[in-house]
Structure formats: C-alpha cells, structure tokens
Design a protein around this ligand. Structure first.
Ligand code: ZN
Length: 110
C-alpha cells in the first residue's frame, strides 16, 4: 500500500494558542475544585442553590456551576478562559482533532 503524503500544516485558527491550551483541548482539563467562601455558601443556600468552582491546573480555565439543591442539577454555568485559549475571531474552541494535530506537530511527535 502506497504511503500518503502526510499533511503537517496547522489550522490557521490556532494562531497564538498556548501549548497549555492545546494540551487541554486534546486531553481535557485537569480540574481542581474551588469552594466558595462561607458567606457566599450561606447566601446561595438561602436561595436553594450551591455553586461549584473548577479551576484547570494546566491552562487556568475557571468554570463555575450553579446547582439547584432540590434537583442537584446544574442550572447555569459560567466559564472564564485564559488568554490564548480561544481561537481567533471569536469562533469559540478549537476542534479536538485540530488541537491533537497541533500538539503532535509542535512537539515533533510525528
Ligand atoms: Zn485546562
């Protein structure tokens, strides 16, 4: 079987994405819980709510989920991405396969 020519060109949307951001888009975030302070917990509990903060130890992405204590469902979520995580032009997150390719090419793993 003939070998196909390998395309190692990277997605233009990667731009200045950091290596950490590309790692997290490939393998997922490494989360550590960030509990709310006592006063915030009391305030939320009076409203039947709780919140769960998660901070990625690799890229710094910070997500907070608001939880309804009657159902334990997440009712809203907010995320703050570090500089260099989102692709250029407000187009959101890089597709996972494109991130994997970028990681392999940047690190000379292929
Ligand atoms: Zn991350």
């Amino acid at each position: 079987m003939a070998r196909q020519r390998l395309d190692l060109g990277l997605d233009d949307r990667i731009g200045d994405m950091s290596d950490d951001a590309i790692y997290c888009r490939t393998y997922g975030h490494t989360n550590m819980p960030r509990p709310s302070g006592r006063a915030r917990r009391a305030e939320l509990r009076q409203q039947g709510l709780a919140e769960s903060g998660l901070v990625c130890q690799v890229c710094g992405r910070d997500r907070t989920d608001l939880i309804d204590l009657s159902t334990w469902e997440v009712v809203s979520s907010s995320t703050t991405y570090p500089e260099g995580y989102l692709i250029k032009g407000g187009q959101g997150r890089l597709p996972r396969a494109a991130a994997r390719k970028a990681m392999f090419v940047r690190r000379n793993w292929v």
